[in-house]
Design a protein around this ligand. Structure first.
Ligand code: LIP
Length: 286
């Protein structure tokens, strides 16, 4: 039987995600040192940076210093390029839901994905305050704490719960579009709108069938890469907010249980610009 080249990487990702979750839980019990990034509401803590170093350090130790490439939220924030090549690449959000972490709002996830030839091979999302390990390998199903998970079979939008987040952009025109979109969706009507505050967890909620769809403009590749594999392997789908193909670096996406729900949602989304993740800093809009 052909050797499975990525099983050891998958197993290692699960182990490292669990270890990272323990560090986050312990850090959450002490004073949290908060800084800001792109705005006063885009938070980062010493824990984000420390956990990313722990994850990347463990993976380099396991597979060798130059074996794989890395895209980590906090490394990119410090100027590392966010370019996905054909090389085996780890895409990491060490603390997805940083604002939740700072406030003690109980949804914080470690998100670790792995791509080869620009194809997502597996994703691991550890919701560490819930102790829920979500995982999926391409073509091999999705699981939560080793139990298989599957998207909802709801096709009637009127019987759906949709997740929508407010993100960290506080530009008044953008906020107006976000709330206008939420109003249009709520008044379809749907059963409800929700949001956990972490994209990775939101995508896992789609994968478990707890909600029918999650969409957002403004997220980053590290927020959604692992969740993308988990949603697909749970029987769901991903697309762009304009109905086009999913684009990991585009900073926008819809994840849904089926195309009927996804197609209905995109009719209501008021799109606004978000600079792609893979636009090099000097090209980024102010
Ligand atoms: C968060 C995302 C969430 C978004 C937040 C924030 P972070 O990621 O997971 O979907 O609405 O604004 O970007 O910054 O906590 O890793």
């Amino acid at each position: 039987m052909a050797e499975d080249p990525w099983q050891s990487a998958y197993d290692c990702a699960i182990k490292v995600a669990r270890k990272a979750g323990e560090v986050i839980r312990e850090a959450g019990e002490r004073e949290i040192k908060v800084s800001i990034k792109s705005s006063t509401v885009d938070l980062v803590t010493k824990t984000d940076e420390r956990v990313e170093k722990i994850i990347i350090g463990a993976l380099k130790e396991e597979f060798g210093e130059g074996a794989h490439c890395f895209i980590g939220e906090e490394s990119v924030a410090k100027g590392q390029p966010c370019i996905l090549t054909d090389k085996p690449t780890w895409i990491i959000d060490p603390v997805d839901g940083t604002t939740n972490f700072v406030h003690g709002f109980p949804f914080v996830a470690v998100s670790i994905a792995f791509a080869v030839n620009k194809e997502l091979e597996f994703g691991v999302v550890y919701s560490c305050l819930e102790d829920k390990m979500y995982k999926a390998r391409r073509g091999q199903g999705a699981f939560c704490n080793d139990e298989p998970i599957q998207v909802s079979d709801v096709k009637d939008i009127h019987k759906s719960i949709i997740i929508s987040e407010h993100g960290t952009n506080r530009n008044k025109d953008v906020v107006t579009k976000i709330f206008s979109t939420q109003k249009r969706i709520l008044c379809i009507p749907v059963h409800g709108l929700r949001g956990s505050g972490t994209a990775a967890t939101n995508m896992c909620l789609v994968a478990t069938g707890a909600v029918e769809a999650f969409f957002e403009i403004g997220i980053h590749c590290w927020d959604i890469a692992a969740g993308a594999v988990i949603v697909r392997e749970a029987g769901g789908l991903l697309m762009d907010v304009d109905g086009g193909p999913f684009d990991l670096m585009s900073r926008r996406m819809v994840s849904a249980n089926n195309k009927v729900i996804a197609d209905r949602i995109i009719q209501e989304i008021e799109i606004f610009d978000a600079t792609r993740d893979d636009v090099v800093p000097e090209q980024k809009k102010q």
